[in-house]
Design a binder for this molecule. Structure first.
Ligand SMILES: Cc1cc2nc3c(=O)[nH]c(=O)nc-3n(C[C@H](O)[C@H](O)[C@H](O)COP(=O)(O)O)c2cc1C
Length: 314
């Protein structure tokens, strides 16, 4: 299958396994890369030296296939990590959570392929102006940090496609071949999938978190911290305290205190399902089995082909 995304990233199918804190290390990135799609190591929960280790392991395990790194720009180690990414000769970078102007020129000058994640058509234009090779537009359904404007993927993707000339990668709520076919029908050149890949054997999510994904219904997630830094999470005891504080108009300071330290690690990596922050998308309600990531890729690709066939026969 060939699109502008398969060409620029040298992959067989236009699918990107999203960068995810605590979830996507080198093992997941390499597993999907070996199945012919792009794997991203999520740097946003690592120390700089741990990122170097993951990059070196991916290089050793998968020199022949495409994988890259997701770097959240607001992360306290972002500058140091950008240097490590350059030193280690990483070829593909997806930046997110900040201005695409911050690192794009440097990474492009080093010969890297750069994509940036954003959540409105207007910001997609800013990414294009900053010189990125592709833009990820992520809708309201998505797991993890989310745009403030709450555009759904269905509304966002076609308008982003109309707004820019560079390839658009659709994200948010896409978890199978039907969703992928819908995104491609709306003009995307590829899809980025997070939640579905969080529930795989190679994901480094805690087993409790994986089990919670199997049991969740589509209505179990909610967007919290809408005024501060919106995040889609499973509504647990901790999230309820945040929602209650937001409802009574708590100040930023109070909310920051309620988040405290290491909240995402506690939930997603240490497996405390009551008190930790458990980021996941609305698609979680559709997850029924934990499988090898390569099998997930093959299922999505096969179902995509069936969906396209079905459409062509209508
Ligand atoms: C557990 C989890 C962690 C995430 N962490 C990050 C991250 O570190 N950086 C980032 O750019 N996006 C992050 N995201 C968002 C994903 O990269 C992706 O855009 C999103 O998951 C797509 O929507 P979906 O979850 O409906 O597939 C995260 C998502 C999840 C589910």
């Amino acid at each position: 299958m060939e699109t502008r995304i398969t060409k620029i990233f040298h992959i067989d199918y236009p699918i990107i396994q999203a960068g995810m804190i605590w979830v996507s290390g080198w093992k997941l990135a390499v597993a999907v890369a070996k199945a012919g799609v792009l794997g991203l190591i999520g740097a946003g929960s690592m120390t700089p030296e741990l990122l170097r280790e993951h990059v070196r392991k991916a290089k050793a395990a998968c020199p022949e296939r495409s994988w890259g790194v997701n770097l959240p720009i607001f992360f306290k180690f972002a500058d140091e990590m950008a240097e490590i990414i350059l030193e280690e000769g990483v070829k593909i970078i997806f930046t997110s959570g900040g201005s695409p102007k911050k690192y794009t020129r440097r990474f492009k000058d080093a010969g890297m392929t750069v994509a940036h994640v954003t959540a409105t058509p207007t910001l997609a234009v800013k990414c294009e102006e900053a010189g990125v090779d592709a833009v990820v537009v992520e809708g309201f359904e998505a797991g993890g940090h989310n745009g403030r404007d709450e555009l759904t993927t269905m509304v966002l993707v076609p308008q982003a496609v109309d707004a820019v000339k560079i390839p658009v990668i659709a994200a948010g709520g896409i978890y199978d071949g039907r969703g992928m076919a819908a995104a491609m029908a709306m003009g995307a050149d590829g899809v980025q999938i997070g939640t579905r890949f969080a529930a795989t054997l190679e994901s480094s999510a805690h087993e409790n978190f994986k089990q919670a994904m199997m049991e969740a219904s589509p209505t179990d997630t909610f967007l919290i911290l809408r005024r501060l830094i919106p995040a889609r999470v499973i509504v647990n005891e901790w999230a309820k305290t945040i929602l209650a504080a937001e409802a009574r108009g708590a100040s930023e300071e109070v909310l920051i205190n309620l988040i405290g330290e290491k909240r995402t690690q506690l939930g997603m990596f240490d497996g405390d399902l009551k008190h930790g922050e458990i980021q996941i998308g609305q698609a979680v309600g559709a997850l029924k089995t934990i499988k090898p990531a390569g099998d997930v890729v093959r299922e999505i690709v096969a179902q995509y082909a069936q969906s396209v066939k079905r459409l062509s026969e209508l």
